[in-house]
Every structure is written in structure tokens, then in C-alpha cells.
Design a protein around this ligand. Structure first.
Ligand code: IMP
Ligand code: MG
Length: 187
């Protein structure tokens, strides 16, 4: 039987250690929601949640807000295993009319930025009034684009993370805490 460090989790061939607790994430989201509430007073933003990874973050974020919001979901895929592929597949034609709307794109994580850059460009063409980006996690050292990430939960190093909606090859999304790849315990 393999030895797994206490508190660590194994997903397929990789071991991860706890990185951000559920509590810490929850507190940070409350702060983000307070800022968004203040900044969007009197507006009716349309939240666009980037699936699959952002489903948990979005559900916590909108429930921490003090306003009633509309939410749409876009399925976007760019990752294979541990690497961002650069090739984005999305489903923008499933959205309602967003012309003149204040959009808030909800991301779980901005890594190289291919996804957010691609989405931003595609949504801009549909003439919204504004596009704001909120991401729970942001890897500044990996980011390759100019689009501003307006609200960031946590800036993190360029390491692979899972849990709280984020996956490794489809697994790990339902862990309540966030975990990071534990390089000292490679299997
Ligand atoms: P980007 O296009 O390189 O910015 O990558 C964005 C997408 O890749 C995110 O929305 C995630 O779905 C996925 N991703 C990026 N980094 C990680 C990570 O560390 N763990 C799990 N998924 C990630
Ligand atoms: Mg994502």
C-alpha cells in the first residue's frame, strides 16, 4: 500500500496537499461580494459563469451578494491534464441577448489567460455595455494577456491546484478545500 501524507489527497497518479481551507475561501468570497455589491449598485449585471470549474465558486459568490442577479453558463474547455492547451472550445450561441448588458464573467482560475482572452473577445462582439472579470484564483506568473482581472480572490504561484470546483482530468472538483500538487510526493 502506498504511503500518503496526512491530509493529502491522491487523484489518479498525483498527490496533492491542502492549500486554502474552505473557511479562508468563504471569507474571501464574502469580501469580493461586498465589493461587487458596492460597485454595481443600481445596475443589473448578468453573471456569465465559465463551466465546468466555476460552478462552485459562482454558487457561493452569488449567494454572498446582496442583489438579485441573472446567471448564464458557458461551457469552455482548454485544459488537458496539467496543461492549458491554448485551443478554446465554447458555446456562446447558447446565451440570451447580451447587447447593452453589464456582464460579469465568473472564472475559477485564470492561468495563461487563453480562456478569458478568448471569451472577452467573443463577448465583446455582441456589444455588451461592459465586461468585468471576477476570478477566484489568478496565476500572475503564468498570465500572457492584457485584459484586467477586475476581482481576484487569491493570487497564487504557478502551481497546479484542485478542489473547490477545479479538477485534474475530471476528478477532485468536490473537495471543499483547495489542494496544490505536492511535488515532494510524486508517485
Ligand atoms: P487559461 O486559459 O490558461 O487561463 O486556463 C484557464 C482554465 O484552465 C481554467 O478556467 C481552468 O478550468 C483550467 N485551469 C487552469 N489552471 C488550473 C489549475 O491549476 N487546476 C485546475 N484547472 C486549471
Ligand atoms: Mg475554468
Amino acid at each position: 500500500m502506498e504511503i500518503v501524507k496526512k491530509g493529502n489527497i491522491i487523484i489518479e497518479d498525483l498527490e496533492f496537499r491542502k492549500y486554502l481551507s474552505e473557511e479562508k475561501i468563504k471569507h474571501r468570497i464574502i469580501r469580493l461580494a461586498q465589493k461587487i455589491d458596492a460597485d454595481f449598485t443600481g445596475k443589473k449585471p448578468l453573471f456569465i459563469t465559465v463551466l465546468n470549474g466555476s460552478f462552485i465558486f459562482c454558487s457561493d459568490l452569488v449567494r454572498a451578494l446582496n442583489m438579485d442577479v441573472e446567471i448564464e453558463f458557458l461551457k469552455v474547455k482548454s485544459y488537458e491534464g496539467l496543461e492549458s492547451s491554448g485551443e478554446i472550445k465554447e458555446s456562446i450561441n447558447t446565451l440570451p441577448n447580451i447587447e447593452g448588458r453589464d456582464l460579469i464573467i465568473v472564472e475559477d482560475i485564470v492561468d495563461k489567460g487563453n480562456t478569458i482572452n478568448h471569451l472577452h473577445q467573443a463577448l465583446s462582439k455582441l456589444n455588451p455595455a461592459s465586461i468585468t472579470v471576477v476570478s477566484l484564483l489568478y496565476k500572475p506568473a503564468a498570465y500572457l494577456f492584457d485584459i484586467n482581472i477586475d476581482y481576484v480572490g487569491f493570487e497564487i504561484p504557478n502551481d497546479f491546484v484542485v478542489g473547490y470546483g477545479l479538477d485534474y482530468n475530471g476528478y477532485g472538483r468536490s473537495y471543499r478545500d483547495l489542494y496544490v500538487l505536492d511535488n515532494e510526493n510524486m508517485h
